[in-house]
Each structure stands twice: as C-alpha cells, then as structure tokens.
Write a protein that binds this ligand. Structure first.
Ligand SMILES: Cc1cc2nc3c(=O)[nH]c(=O)nc-3n(C[C@H](O)[C@H](O)[C@H](O)COP(=O)(O)OP(=O)(O)OC[C@H]3O[C@@H](n4cnc5c(N)ncnc54)[C@H](O)[C@@H]3O)c2cc1C
Ligand SMILES: NC(=O)c1ccc[n+]([C@@H]2O[C@H](COP(=O)([O-])OP(=O)(O)OC[C@H]3O[C@@H](n4cnc5c(N)ncnc54)[C@H](OP(=O)(O)O)[C@@H]3O)[C@@H](O)[C@H]2O)c1
Length: 462
C-alpha cells in the first residue's frame, strides 16, 4: 500500500485515478464509523448492508434476522465510553441508553457527517474474492439481482454477534428450545407465563434474560452455568461502575510511565492491577454467587468477559431464580443436570453466545474454526494487506469507539500515511483477537497511534 486504484465498474471502466476504492461490508456501528472515516481520508467508499436499515444490532427485529436486541435492552457501556471521538450522545439521554436511542444516535451520525449516499441498504455482499493480480471482486445481491464490482480493498464490518451458537444435548425434549437472539420479551417469541424455564449461559444475555423472566410470571426459572465468570454490578450507589475504570476510551490519555513500556508489558501490568481491584471490590460478592450455586469465577477475571448484572444476586437470594450446573441430558418434559438433579421444563433458552462468521469470505481467508481470527493490530490478516476486520475485538469497554480507532488505522494504511512492517514482523506480531484477556480501549487506542507513528519507519525500511 498505498493501494493502486484499479477500481473498475461492471463495464471495466476505471472509477478514479487517485484514491483506492473500498467496499465496507455492514452498516452497523463498525461499518458506519469506517465509512465516515475512510471518506474523510479521501478514499472512494461504498458501504453495503443487507438490511433495509442502518444500525445493525441496534435495530430491534431487524429484517436481516441478525439483531440480538430485546425490548428491555440498554447499553451496558456508558455514553462517555460509547461515544465516537467527534460525536457524543446527547447530555440529556440516559447514561445507559436503550437500543432505540443508539439507533437514533447512529442515524444522526450519518446525517451529521453527510454520508448516507455512500450506503446501499438491502444489498447483500454475497462474496468477496481476491483477484490474482490484486484487489477484490465483490458480488452483490439487490432485489434478487446479482452484480460484480471490483474494489481495491474490503473492510469486513459485518458484526461478530449474529451467528447463533446453539448447543445440542443428548436425549429429546418435548418443549421448546430457542436461542436468546430470538428473544424479545417474556411473552415473545414464546410465552413464559406459567412455564418452567431454563436459561443456559451466564454471559450478559443469560443473566439479563433470567432476571427479566424471573420478574415476569413464569412458574420456575433456572439459570444453568457450565463454568463461572465474574459478575459485577452496572452501577454502584447510582454511579456507573465502569466510569471508575481508567482509560476506558481509545482517545483517553495514557500515563507517561505506561507509554514508555513495551505494549505487552503495559497490557499485563494493567490486567494485573485490574485483577487485584476486581478481586478486592467484588470478591465477597462472588462468594455469595458461589454459595447460591454458580460455579467459581476464574482466577483472572479479564481472561473471560465479565458479566454486568445489577439484579442477579437479589433474584438468586429471593429464590425466584435458581442457579443450576450444566445440562447433562434431556428426558422429554424433564431436564437432567450434571449434579444429578432432574427438573420439569417447558422452555430452554440458549444464551450461549455466537460464532464468528464471514460467509462472504472463503475459509482460507477468514479462518474462524477456533471462533477467532489472527490479526495484526487486531485489524489486518498477516497474509493479506487489502482486507481489514473492523469491530471484531474484546474490549473491556464499548465496541464502537474501538471500531473507530481501527477505521483510522485502515485509513492511514490505504492513503499511504502508514506502511505495514515486513512480512516476518507481520507474522510475528499477529495475535488472536478474541481468545485473549479483554483489552483496555485506552491502551489499544494508544498502541494503534504508536504503530501509526512507526509507519514512516517501515516505509523507510521497505
Ligand atoms: C445483546 C447485545 C448487547 C450489546 N450491548 C453492547 C453495549 O452495550 N455496548 C457495546 O459497545 N457493545 C455492545 N454489544 C456488542 C455489539 O455487537 C456492538 O455494539 C455492535 O452492534 C457491533 O457493531 P457492528 O457494526 O460490528 O455489528 P452489527 O451491529 O452486528 O452490524 C453488522 C451489520 O452488517 C450487516 N451485514 C452482515 N453481513 C452482511 C453481508 N454479507 N452483506 C451486507 N451486510 C451485511 C448486517 O446486516 C448488520 O447491519 C452488544 C451485543 C449484543 C449481542
Ligand atoms: N448491553 C447489554 O446489557 C448486553 C446484554 C447482553 C449481551 N451483551 C453483549 O453481547 C455480547 C454477547 O454476550 P452473550 O451473553 O450473548 O454471550 P457470551 O458472553 O458469549 O456468553 C455465552 C455464555 O453461554 C455459555 N455457553 C456457551 N456455549 C455453551 C454450551 N454449549 N453449553 C452451555 N453453556 C454454554 C458460556 O459459557 P462458557 O463461558 O463456559 O463458554 C457463557 O456463559 C457480549 O459482548 C455482551 O457484553 C450486552
């Protein structure tokens, strides 16, 4: 890079002589901030979304079938943590906005920066295939018609929480099993009133749904966990707990002593400090969860995504929600658990997370068999310099500003302001992005800025 602009339309006509032509897949928060950032850098950008709406996950009942939003969903990241660097959420909005607020804010972002004309909705990216002499052939489907467009680069911003990970258990079940992605409220898509309901998984989704259904009119509600995780409140005395976490936005200042450390060391130091703080603050509370039947939490809290739940402890204590171990077997209208206990159940909701999937990329380009991707700087596959992943990450804060920081990195690369290191260094410094400790958005933002500053050196060394 800088990418040659070899973009051609269907008639093989060059589109622009100057800037690279980029295909952004997805108009959720990640694709929107990418489109805005790349356009601002002077690139030619087309953003496609299969949905008739922009906003991705935050469009409840999104016709694309990929939204996991339910009616009571609010963000678990504060407005400050979640903002784009140049676009705040209004001051009079709630600290944890509902999905509708987020959607409204994303719509306003597009209008404020005027890039709606660069987004094609109702347009499915069916495939993106690299050409032998560089660039990508992208196959689009709109209104049942397919077309092919050539791009210099592709940004995969198609979301990481949409492909249901639905477990199977031995035996057969007479009741209903469905994934939490399909859940809307205690009556939809299936009525839980008067029923015995098991929710599987103690991530944010499982805990939220279990509490909500426990507050509704179910007969009995059970929360089944095969392993433990740290469960922390969203607010303490009315103040968002996460606001006390330093460097929780990619643009936050980094103390000088951290800046001077090698990246791995500063990340480890922060993880150790966070581990100590989490154990001190929530250790006693975690013991209560264990006494109430949840598995012990891992020794290093940030190695697994911690769960934020305000009400779980109260419901378990009250007894309108019971913690259970993993499901062992299904027996018609009963379910057996690994502790030997068997209960009657009519509904099982699998809040068991998502598979990382890129159906429009071939498996050798996006190898997600380990439910992960190995990327340089969390963005670039080491074997391709014209494909970028934006929005697949494990931040200890909000996703959207992290996606924005990634988009700025892609912009620098595609405009030639930054040059990647040589192949050996790329291979050596590429890391799995999901199977790792949650990363501090502040440290990550700083590491990206640091790498961008090194770009000149790479160019000189090339
Ligand atoms: C229940 C839940 C709650 C969450 N809460 C928070 C929170 O509070 N704070 C936070 O920061 N994060 C939260 N997240 C993480 C969430 O995934 C991100 O907030 C965010 O929506 C990710 O944005 P995205 O653009 O990467 O993906 P998405 O929002 O999923 O958008 C992806 C877009 O890509 C489109 N697309 C996919 N494939 C194609 C294709 N082949 N062709 C064309 N278009 C395609 C889809 O239609 C979709 O519009 C939550 C996730 C879940 C599941
Ligand atoms: N804004 C909000 O309030 C909100 C609400 C919900 C979700 N979210 C976000 O949405 C994202 C996804 O969260 P999530 O809770 O849906 O998924 P998740 O964090 O991946 O949690 C999945 C849970 O299911 C368990 N599980 C997975 N496979 C299983 C199996 N085969 N059998 C039994 N248990 C299994 C996991 O256990 P193991 O740990 O043992 O694998 C884990 O407890 C996260 O980023 C989360 O923060 C936010």
């Amino acid at each position: 890079m800088p990418a040659q602009n070899t973009a051609k339309d269907e008639n093989n006509t060059p589109v622009s002589q100057q800037a690279a032509r980029v295909c952004v897949v997805g108009a959720g928060p990640s694709g929107l901030t990418t489109t805005k950032t790349l356009l601002a850098a002077g690139l030619n950008v087309d953003c496609y979304d299969m949905s008739p709406h922009i906003g991705g996950h935050w469009v409840i009942e999104n016709p694309n079938g990929k939204s996991s939003a339910y009616r009571s969903l609010r963000t678990n990241t504060t407005k400050r943590m979640s903002r784009f660097s140049d676009f705040d959420m209004p001051a009079d909005w709630p600290e944890f906005p509902t999905y509708d607020y987020v959607r409204t804010w994303l719509e306003a972002y597009v209008d404020a920066f005027g890039f709606r004309q660069n987004i094609s909705t109702n347009t499915d990216v069916v495939s993106a295939r690299p050409e032998t002499d560089g660039g990508w052939q992208v196959t689009l489907e709109h209104d049942g018609c397919r077309s092919k467009v050539f791009y210099d680069a592709v940004v995969a911003a198609s979301g990481s929480y949409w492909d249901q990970q639905l477990p199977t258990w031995p035996g057969h079940f007479d009741g209903t099993i469905f994934h939490a992605q399909d859940y809307l409220d205690p009556s939809a898509p299936h009525e839980t009133k008067g029923k015995n309901v098991i929710i599987v998984g103690v991530g944010n989704t499982g805990c939220e749904l279990a509490c909500e259904i426990a507050r509704a009119d179910a007969e009995n509600v059970y929360l089944s966990a095969r392993s433990g995780t740290w469960i922390m409140p969203k607010t303490i005395d009315g103040v968002p707990a996460a606001e006390g976490v330093p460097m929780n936005h990619p643009t936050d200042d980094i103390p000088l002593e951290l800046q001077r450390m090698p990246q791995d060391e500063r990340e480890l130091l922060l993880e150790n400090l966070a581990t100590q703080k989490i154990k001190e603050t929530y250790g006693e509370r975690m013991k209560q969860f264990e006494e109430l039947g949840l598995p012990a939490a891992p020794d290093r809290p940030l190695l697994k995504r911690p769960t934020m739940s305000q009400d779980l402890l109260e419901h378990l204590e009250k007894g309108d929600l019971r913690a259970m171990p993993a499901i062992a077997e299904l027996h018609g209208d009963h379910v057996a658990f690994e502790n030997g206990e068997t209960i009657k159940a009519e509904i099982i909701i699998a809040a068991t997370g998502y598979k990382l999937s890129y159906p429009y990329l071939s498996a050798d380009i996006a190898d997600t068999r380990q439910n992960d991707l190995t990327l340089f700087c969390g963005i670039v596959p080491p074997e391709r310099k014209d494909l970028f992943f934006v929005g697949v990450s494990r931040p200890s804060g909000a996703f959207w500003p992290v996606a924005e920081a990634q988009a700025k990195f892609v912009a620098a690369l595609l405009t030639g302001a930054y040059t990647l290191p040589n192949q050996d260094e790329l291979d050596q410094r590429s890391r799995p992005v999901l199977n790792r400790a949650a990363m501090s958005p502040g440290l990550y933002g700083f590491a990206l800025r640091e790498e961008l500053a090194r770009g000149t050196h790479h160019r000189e060394g090339a």
